[in-house]
Design a protein around this ligand. Structure first.
Ligand code: MN
Length: 230
């Protein structure tokens, strides 16, 4: 076997809450427009047809705490989202009802977005990568193992910035369920243990500025908090 020219990059990992276990990250899938009010605030028509999907690099995960303000933007936006973690590979396309069996944990994350660059991309019909897939663009909390508790339709998803509520919804308000999103993804990609899925954000997205304190909660399941650095 050939020797590597340089040490292979380390696999990004997330901790599990209350367990001496880590979750090695394979891919990060993100769903857009999964709450009707947020689709409306972005001026997008709500389509029940198929979920909007994009990806972030696995090493965009960030553990929270001090968060770097990214270069290339003057309009960094927060999108608080439930994050679903897959602990098993899918054999192929999933039938309805099969998705939940792959899920090993849940967390709360921020789908950080360079909104100014996304607006340009939308206007010019360009890819979203520079708006969505930058370094540390995917802060995710420690994960709650499914055997220690699962969120339900009444579970609240919430983001406070500097102690003021910015975003709040119940998971039951999602347009596409976890099962439907995993089914859709499984028909487009090979789902693997280590995949994370950001499930979409409720209304109330707005700017995060240097010095802001953020506190994202998936009620009774997960907590992500810290401060945006200058
Ligand atoms: Mn999002």
């Amino acid at each position: 076997m050939r020797a590597d020219l340089f040490p292979a990059p380390a696999v990004p990992r997330l901790p599990f809450l209350d367990r001496e276990l880590a979750f090695p990250v394979h891919r990060i899938y993100c769903v857009g427009r999964n709450f009707a009010e947020h689709a409306r605030e972005m001026g997008a028509p709500l389509e029940r047809g198929t979920p909007v999907v994009f990806l972030k690099p696995a090493d965009a995960v960030h553990p929270g705490g001090p968060l770097p303000y990214p270069p290339g933007t003057t309009d960094l936006h927060h999108e608080v989202e439930m994050v679903v973690a897959l602990g098993r590979d899918a054999d192929g396309p999933l039938a309805p009802g099969e998705g939940q069996a792959l899920v090993c944990g849940h967390g709360v994350g921020l789908d950080l977005t360079r909104r100014d660059l996304q607006a340009i991309a939308k206007e010019r019909r360009l890819p979203w990568d520079v708006a969505k897939g930058f370094d540390a663009s995917a802060p995710v909390s420690a994960l709650r193992h499914v055997d220690d508790g699962r969120p339900g339709p009444d579970t609240a998803l919430r983001l406070e910035v500097n102690g003021v509520l910015r975003q709040e919804a119940r998971l039951g308000e999602m347009v596409f369920s976890v099962d439907e999103v995993l089914g859709h993804l499984s028909r487009l990609f090979r789902l693997r243990a280590g995949d994370l899925v950001f499930m979409g954000t409720p209304a109330g997205v707005a700017a995060l500025r240097p010095g802001d304190r953020y506190r994202a909660v998936l009620e009774g399941v997960a907590l992500l908090e810290g401060r945006v650095e200058g």
